[in-house]
Ligand binder design. Sequence first.
Ligand code: GLU
Length: 489
Amino acid sequence: MVTVRTRYAGSPTGYLHIGGAWNTFFVWLFARHNRGTMILRMEDTDRTRSTQEFEQAILEDIRWLGLDWDEGPDVGGSSGPYRQTERFDLYTKFARELLQRGAAYECFCTPEELEAERRRARERRAPYRYSGRCRNLSAGERERFLAEGRKPAIRVHIKDFGHSIVVDDLVRGRVEFSPEHLDDYIIVRSDGSPLYNFANIVDDHLMTITHVIRGAEHLSNTPKQLVMYEALGWPPPQFAHLPVILGTDRKKLSKRSGDTAVRDYRRQGYLPEALLNFFALMGWYPEEDREIYTVQELVEKFRVADLGKASPVFDPAKLNWLNGVYMRQALGTAPGRVVEVCLVVLAAHGVISEPASTEQRAYVEQVVRVLGDRLKVGGDILTYGDFFFTDVTYDPAAEQKYLRQPQVSGLLRTLADRLEGDGAWGRETAETVVRGLAEEQGIHSREIIHPVRVALTGKTAGPGLFELMELLGRQRVVARLRAAAARAA
Ligand code: GLU
């Protein structure tokens, strides 16, 4: 049995997005299910766009999701280095080997000459393919170009195979490519830097990768890569190309339909275990009639063969529902988890410091207790409980309906007077005073409870009024009642 070695080869040119995270998760599941090795590689050859910060951020976000790796740029490993920019000597070595084997050749064409070829193709309305004019340069021509100061790029020589190139994909089955569509593509630029298709196969081979699990957008690269595996006499890994994720609008997932950075989901207060469960349901139904799985169960059940060819839909409503399930579960068994995600949201909104002080944390713990399972995502702490952290923002409809009424101003002011002072403070006191005032005025208690709620929270609905009064504290309650009384007058 082969020992599985698989990898996620991200490019540190931006943050880890949903598609990349989804891909990483399947790579990880596959490695862990097969007790194999999970490798992270940084494909950072695009020097203008790759940064150390993005690399750090990608590792951090994968770690936050709860996924680990055995070899990578930070932990090292037996087949490192794991950054392509640190592997240039290897690419040079194998580019030379391809040249020696006659599977590649030097191309001295200048950008202007290539542009002229492209223009001619456009004029003929033919698809552009490199003419191959440098394929058979004589030693003299080569010398002349070098003497002119031209620096060669290296191109693969696509020979006439006489047969199609077959990708035996673990997800899509047999996919055939006709070699006519391949032209002699560049593998090393004239400045010596390698291109994706080349660096990628050198690394996959040297890192003894057995399975490549990657996005469908790379399927068309695979035949180009197979040509090089063959030329170098290397057995190719097995490939699994994941389908393209769609938004609920059935178009390719975009920023608007949810393809934002994983760290944005973190800042909005999603639980990583909910995201992973959600990822699993995109493109793979472990069992027909079940939707909630622990990560351990997913590891046990995962089989590449069960991945669907059809494009999964990224449905934010489903993610929210799942997150709510995990939040409710955490509130019962590990409320600290909910507090953690809420702290991240509050810090991201600048409402508390990062890290939170002991007092802030204790306060957030209480807010979480009071809001309970209203919290479907951490962000709900501000949706339903912003007034615990900031001044009241009145919902205009609520203000109109409950504050702008005769007598309300007076009632709120009287209540403020009665709550002021230094007697005991707590939900019982609050309740006794509020209900007592209603009775005394001969009105139903809800005629006072509704305006008080709007005065203290700005909203018509929310957690238990007396509980939230206790938590807000006497000072804030009295001040808000007076402020609302002044607006209502
Ligand atoms: N660097 C490529 C990407 O981010 C990796 C493709 C692959 O996995 O081979 O899309």
